[in-house]
Design a protein around this ligand. Structure first.
Ligand SMILES: *[C@@H]1O[C@H](CO)[C@@H](O)[C@H](O)[C@H]1NC(C)=O
Ligand SMILES: *[C@@H]1O[C@H](CO)[C@@H](O)[C@H](O)[C@H]1NC(C)=O
Ligand SMILES: *[C@@H]1O[C@H](CO)[C@@H](O)[C@H](O)[C@H]1NC(C)=O
Ligand SMILES: *[C@@H]1O[C@H](CO)[C@@H](O)[C@H](O)[C@H]1NC(C)=O
Ligand SMILES: *[C@@H]1O[C@H](CO)[C@@H](O)[C@H](O)[C@H]1NC(C)=O
Length: 558
């Protein structure tokens, strides 16, 4: 699922050529203005992703930060108390909020005929108990009313679930805007009724090819919440390094991390990341990809991997995928995954299962012999199936569900009926696979069109915007089995220095596709709103890259 590095290089080089040719708007589906000024002017006080239902007026209220408060009526919910503090700071004390120092601080709104009053409270109605952890199919529906006809002078946020309240708080924080001189916070009379189109809206980050510090992972979680993404797919280990500190097998990271003292995730790092995500309504799904992509396991436990043999019939000193013919491999998997299944509270684990190379298995006489004895006759997919079957049986026995890359399904592994198949191949040509997976009755998530690590010069986001997980022919029942998708940022060329600017706001575009109504597809209409969303993230202190060419954000740069 990751580009070969050679390919990665060629893309980067192409980027440079394209710069010279200035084909900057090649993929943009409408004409951009040229000449002076920004190409795209940001909207003011518009939300991202676009709500299912959003009505707004030109009449506005003024919020005085020193008087403003969030108020709940139901019993104590710590998660919300923390969220109120977080959102208060995001809205009223963002690090790069522009404030005109030389402007007269006159109360300009008093003479504005659209000014209808002050808003000092957001009343929160949570109709159900404060839920413990986010999960697939969690309820994220909310309703937000700011001085509506049925609630004059009041602001209400209502939901059946704490996750809906979190999503509503984000929307509320986005529709508040500052006056041009930055001295007042305003919000228009508004009605929002909102819920996601898909339940699984994820971002994959890869911490094996480059280590990402917990601080940077948390910043990504902040940004996910700002685009209402709700699954952090943590591709935590792979061939290059093993940064996860296992309690049962500490030698895996001691010998498999890039640096055991500085490039690992301790138990408490992992716990903190999961908690940070939970407070934002984000699930953390770890992926320990096997049987391929496992070279880093071999630093500590070489007996797990298949010894490859040379033409001379002797081991050549290199290793292939997990050794599927030894019972000790499965003994390890049982112990390892029983630890993982308690470390990570989500019902789902991602078991990988992609891109298994067969050459090494084929070179090894013990494997060939095993295959003969079991009647696999040269069919290495069968052997892969044998391995995945044992692994999924183990995970079944741990009462966990699993997500697997599409190859596992393609190779006919027998899977539990709540398995989620992760479709990643084919870039724009994923329709057949989505149809196949769902016609077999499995749930599917889509990533094919959303490999953000493939960089393109110019305005690249409309290609992500146009892709749709439902773009395949199939019955309504099949469409219902599509539970969402994930943007993927593979780690060959990103680390702490650039993962945030390269991921955002491009992942926000995927987030809108997965949250908003199917009919919200007009990139021309979305562009000014995306522009505002990008600037909002910058104002909130995140180094998020420009996405629409020539422009500026109204920020106080440091
Ligand atoms: C909010 O109201 C102002 C005028 O008071 C108007 O210019 C602006 O377009 C409105 N914004 C939204 C999102 O309704
Ligand atoms: C591996 O396990 C299987 C099934 O439990 C058993 O039949 C087989 O003898 C074991 N092999 C070895 C080498 O222990
Ligand atoms: C190889 O095994 C796979 C998985 O069981 C199966 O789907 C496929 O049909 C087999 N191929 C051949 C040529 O037998
Ligand atoms: C899976 O099968 C069980 C019964 O075996 C059923 O109760 C459950 O609803 C099914 N789940 C899905 C997602 O189809
Ligand atoms: C939908 O899929 C078809 C066939 O794969 C493709 O030609 C078309 O461009 C896709 N449409 C969108 C909106 O992605």
């Amino acid at each position: 699922m990751t580009p070969k590095s050679v390919f990665g290089f060629s893309i980067l080089n192409l980027g440079l050529c394209v710069t010279v040719l200035a084909l900057d708007t090649e993929d943009f589906p409408f004409n951009l203005p040229k000449g002076s000024g920004p190409w795209i002017r940001p909207t003011v006080g518009n939300p991202w992703p676009f709500p299912q239902q959003w009505k707004t007026s030109n009449e506005f209220l003024v919020i005085r930060p020193n008087l403003f408060q969030f108020k709940t009526l139901q019993s104590k919910c710590e998660l919300l108390d923390i969220a109120f503090k977080r959102y208060y700071d995001l809205v009223f004390r963002p690090p790069r909020l522009f404030r005109c120092k030389s402007c007269k601080r006159h109360k300009h709104w008093k003479s504005d005929s659209s000014f209808v009053g002050y808003l000092d409270t957001l009343n929160i109605f949570l109709n159900r108990p404060c839920t413990e952890k986010p999960e697939l199919n969690m309820d994220e529906h909310y309703e937000l009313k700011i001085d509506t006809d049925d609630n004059p002078g009041e602001a209400l946020l209502v939901s059946q679930s704490v996750w809906g309240i979190l999503r509503g708080l984000e929307t509320f924080s986005q529709i508040i805007y500052s006056s041009p001189n930055g001295i007042a916070f305003q919000v228009n009379r508004t009605y929002v009724n909102d819920f996601p189109r898909f339940s699984h809206r994820g971002l994959l980050l890869d911490t094996s090819r480059h280590y990402l510090s917990p601080r940077i992972i948390k910043k990504n979680l902040d940004l996910m919440a700002q685009s209402k993404l709700n699954v952090f797919h943590w591709h935590i280990t792979d061939d290059p390094s093993f940064p996860f500190e296992s309690e049962k097998f500490p030698q895996l990271s001691a010998l498999g991390a890039f640096n055991r003292y500085s490039h690992t995730y301790t138990k408490s790092d992992v716990r903190e990341i999961i908690e940070y995500a939970r407070l934002r309504g984000i699930r953390v799904i770890p992926e320990f990809d096997t049987p391929g992509h496992t070279q880093s396991f071999g630093n500590a436990l070489p007996q797990l991997l298949t010894p490859c043999f040379g033409k001379d019939g002797k081991p050549d000193g290199t290793f292939g995928p997990m050794n599927p013919v030894l019972n000790s491999t499965y003994k390890f998997m049982e112990e390892f995954f029983s630890e993982i299944s308690t470390t990570f509270p989500d019902h789902y684990l991602h078991l990988g299962g992609d891109e298994v190379p067969f050459e090494c298995w084929a070179s090894n006489p013990h494997i060939v012999d095993f295959m003969k004895r079991n009647g696999f006759v040269g069919n290495y997919s069968r052997l892969e199936q044998f391995y995945m079957q044992k692994l999924t049986d183990i995970v079944d026995s741990l009462q966990k569900g699993y997500i697997v890359w599409q190859e596992v399904f393609d190779n006919n592994v027998e899977l539990a009926n709540d398995t989620v198949i992760h479709v990643w191949k084919g870039e724009d040509l994923y329709s057949k696979e989505m149809a196949k997976v769902t016609s077999a009755g499995f749930q599917a998530i889509l990533s094919s069109p959303w490999y953000l690590n493939y960089l393109h010069y110019g305005i690249d986001w409309p290609r992500y915007y146009m892709a749709d997980p439902h773009n395949f022919s199939g019955s309504d029942e099949q469409k219902r089995l599509v539970i969402g998708g994930e943007a993927c940022m593979w780690g060959e060329f990103v680390d702490n220095t650039n993962v945030i600017p390269l991921t955002w706001p491009r992942a926000s575009v995927v987030a809108e596709r997965l949250w908003s109504a199917k009919t919200v597809t007009d990139a021309k209409k979305a562009a000014p709103r995306l522009e505002e969303h990008r600037c909002r993230m910058v104002i909130r202190g995140f180094n998020v890259e420009p996405s629409n060419g020539v422009n500026f954000c109204q920020v106080a740069w440091d």
